[in-house]
Design a protein around this ligand. Structure first.
Ligand SMILES: [Zn+2]
Length: 408
């Protein structure tokens, strides 16, 4: 039996979450037909656990899920489904049709996703990373505020140079009605785009470059970058692309500092050989006026991730995804973060999810790990109950609300 002090239980369950990171897909991207159970499974991290993804027939899907049902991604998703769709136990062939019909009905209700976020997950507001449509406005503005994902800008040396999602900076420029003829104009576009998005109310900048390349950024000169400008991707080496990207990224970090835009970073996982949070040290040191938020606990380098705000006052930490990857490591990491960082540094984060169902599961997992870590610290006599409750509010809401002040 877990012994959680009543006040802590309430703080962890009732505090509205300031959700710092979601990828909520527009309805049309989940399915071109009616949305079914397989569609929301396919667009969840559960499908990442299966090398072939989610099979289309319910029988084959159930079979495949058997092999991964003990993983946290599945457990958290299932728990959200049980609450939202009113069933007990695991999915089975009997329940499948009924649940799938209910999924279809829910997605035909315009406010389904909003209700999951506000009524079930108890989210006050959420930051949206629309990697499928960087400048898009197909989202529920009652709940979501977009960030600007900067990946394509870092690869913009040529119109045919794209990031790992196939996004091109030159395509974004066309959408904005901006013509780019030379490197000067490209630099101008990067600056104009970020500043105009800021004026439109974006929450922050977001880098998912850990899926494109390593996270160590040098500081090449403008001349070095200018030499790569305009060359076809086939006529560049990986090193050329790095030099160009490093130069532009430093410019983006400058602009973030000037505009007071928080710069979120995916750290850990991704391209595992280069995603270590310490790779960002040079960038963080060169931009003391820019606030960097390192996402995902830097998993698996959670301890190294914790050392960043210890040395750099312009670094904040965000747990997004970690409670869904491993609650065990998340609990341990939160305890260590409370020991080793100031109370305003750690944000609980968001669900990092493409569907409301998965976001709810991930955010319940976040509430669980915050509660467990704080209860452990009370039990070990490292925190009193009132400090623990205060920290629960800080982690779930207040720290993010202070960081992303314009939208809270
Ligand atoms: Zn994400």
């Amino acid at each position: 039996v877990k012994s959680i002090p009543e006040a802590l239980y309430e703080a962890c369950r009732d505090t509205l979450i300031f959700d710092t990171h979601e990828h909520m897909l527009p309805r049309a991207r989940l399915s071109s037909e009616s949305v079914k159970l397989t569609d929301i499974l396919e667009h969840s991290y559960v499908s990442w656990t299966l090398p072939q993804g989610i099979p289309h027939s319910p029988e084959a899907a159930l079979d495949a899920l058997q092999s991964v049902r003990t993983r946290a991604f599945y457990r958290h998703w299932l728990r959200a489904m049980q609450i939202l769709y009113g069933f007990d136990g695991d999915l089975d062939a009997h329940k499948w049709g009924e649940i799938s019909a209910q999924v279809t009905a829910n997605y035909e209700t315009p406010d389904w996703c909003r209700r999951v976020f506000t009524d079930h997950a108890r989210v006050s507001s959420a930051i949206l990373d629309q990697y499928w449509d960087h400048l898009g406005d197909d989202f529920d503005a009652e709940v979501f505020t977009p960030c600007l994902r900067i990946n394509p800008l870092v690869f913009g040396f040529h119109p045919e140079s794209c990031d790992h999602n196939g996004a091109s900076a030159h395509e974004l420029a066309r959408r904005e009605g901006i013509r780019i003829n030379d490197f000067d104009e490209y630099e101008g576009f990067v600056s104009t785009l970020i500043r105009s998005r800021k004026a439109k109310g974006i929450a922050c900048l977001k880098s998912a470059l850990a899926y494109d390349r390593d996270l160590s950024f040098a500081s090449p000169s403008r001349d070095e970058a200018a030499k790569i400008w305009g060359r076809h991707p086939d006529d560049t080496t990986p090193r050329d692309q790095h030099v160009f990207g490093d130069y532009i990224l430093n410019r983006i970090a400058d602009i973030a500092g000037e505009e007071g835009l928080v710069f979120q970073w995916h750290t850990g996982l991704g391209k595992l050989s280069g995603s270590h949070p310490h790779n960002l040290i040079g960038l963080v040191e060169r931009h003391p006026d820019t606030t960097f938020v390192l996402l995902h606990g830097g998993y698996p380098w959670c301890r190294e991730w914790l050392s960043m705000p210890f040395n750099y006052i312009n670094v904040h930490l965000d747990l997004t995804w970690l409670p869904n990857i491993s609650p065990a490591i998340a609990v341990h990491t939160i305890e260590a973060a409370i020991d080793a960082t100031n109370p305003n540094v750690l944000c609980g984060g968001g669900g990092d999810a493409s569907t409301a169902e998965e976001a709810f599961g991930a955010l319940e997992a976040l509430r669980d790990v915050v509660e467990e870590a704080l209860a452990n610290l009370i039990r070990k006599d490292r925190l009193n109950e009132s400090d623990a409750c205060h920290l629960a509010h800080c982690i779930l809401h207040d720290n993010a609300a202070a960081l992303y002040a314009p939208i809270s």
